[in-house]
Design a protein. Structure first.
Length: 346
């Protein structure tokens, strides 16, 4: 039997150990405006030209561009005049600010906020609580008070969530036929991207975004155009304030922020407010029942540890929470994308 020195170094270990390097390369290229510049230029550019336009060093930019080529975010063409870089189709669609499906804002939120919390992941595992106090020097007792610690942070978070629904919203809203529901409340609806997808998909519906007063004000000013008459707003804290009567309540990425007791508390309030025959749609990233994956959901659950009071759950766990609140006829649809749909009926 050979020694451990004879074993080939597993490639997967190398990939996992350098994973944070990959994300920071992509985040940095977004932050510096590499993909936006190449889209606007309409032609390939040299590393010298890109560095000059973006105000960076030539050596640093060249290495960044080459790393992006390795990640298949850029393509390079070698000519007699040197190397010239252009975006891939993926970068044009998802990493440029002007694209309707841009993920730029969620990238910046991960880079500038989430990344700092993850620096204290070991502390979060030891203590079982979020890490806002260490990352930002603010109380972690109220996760959303910490998350919305400034208007700038709130705007970054809302823009990031909007970008997610630009590519995932229609999948979760079409998982079930929601056309019978005309009066819909989107609890914690934030910047309104999911509400806008909903009224687009179900034009006979009216969606009310229920969120904290400061969130509603930013949504009105920055994200939802005033001419969109099918979207209304309700200011409030759904844990402490009245939840109005409606036919359907959407809770998108809400329950994963909270522990089981708070989830039961909220769902019970929703059940009492819900019209007979109505329901609640949960939009969450579902763990496999044996908790073996998906990896993305397992990582999201770690993020809930460092940023919130909650966790990601299995479909059975969400069904149990719904049933404890009074909902029945629970149905689950996996979309094959980042987020899945769970529908409970009253």
């Amino acid at each position: 039997m050979g020694s451990t020195e004879d074993l080939e170094y597993p490639q997967v270990i190398l990939q996992y150990s350098s994973g944070f390097l990959v994300s920071k390369v992509m985040f940095t290229a977004c932050e510096l405006g590499v993909f936006d510049l190449l889209l606007e230029s309409g032609k390939p550019l040299s590393s010298d030209a890109i560095a000059a336009r973006l105000g960076t060093s030539t050596t640093g930019m060249e290495r960044l561009l080459d790393a992006c080529v390795g990640l298949k975010l850029l393509e390079v063409e070698l000519t007699r005049e040197g190397a010239f870089y252009r975006n891939t189709e993926i970068s044009n669609i998802y990493l440029t600010k002007s694209s309707p499906k841009s993920q730029y804002h969620i990238m910046m939120y991960y880079s500038n906020t989430v990344y700092l919390c993850w620096h204290y992941l070991a502390d979060a595992v030891r203590e079982g609580r979020n890490q806002y106090d260490r990352a930002f020097g603010i109380s972690s007792a109220d996760p959303f008070g910490a998350m919305y610690r400034s208007e700038e942070e709130m705007l970054k978070f809302m823009a990031g969530q909007n970008s997610v629904w630009s590519i995932c919203g229609r999948d979760v809203l079409s998982a079930f036929d929601l056309s019978p529901f005309k009066q819909i409340y989107d609890l914690g609806g934030g910047g309104g991207a999911l509400a806008r997808e909903c009224v687009s998909l179900y034009p006979d519906s009216k969606v009310t975004i229920y969120d904290l007063p400061q969130v509603v004000q930013v949504a009105k000013e920055q994200f939802v155009p005033p001419e969109e008459c099918r979207i209304a707003f309700h200011e409030g804290d759904f844990f402490n304030d009245l939840i109005p009567e409606a036919e359907l309540y959407i809770l998108s990425k809400i329950l994963h922020d909270w522990d089981d007791d708070k989830c039961k508390q909220l769902l019970t309030k929703v059940y009492k407010a819900c019209k007979p025959g109505g329901g609640v749609l949960l939009v969450e990233s579902l763990l496999n029942e044996d908790r073996s994956g998906p990896l993305e959901t397992q990582l999201y659950s770690m993020n809930m540890l460092v940023q919130t009071e909650g966790k990601e759950r299995t479909a059975a766990e969400y069904s149990k929470l719904l049933e404890a609140a009074g909902f029945g006829g629970v149905q689950v649809k996996r979309t094959g994308k980042l987020y899945d749909a769970v529908l409970g009926r009253k």
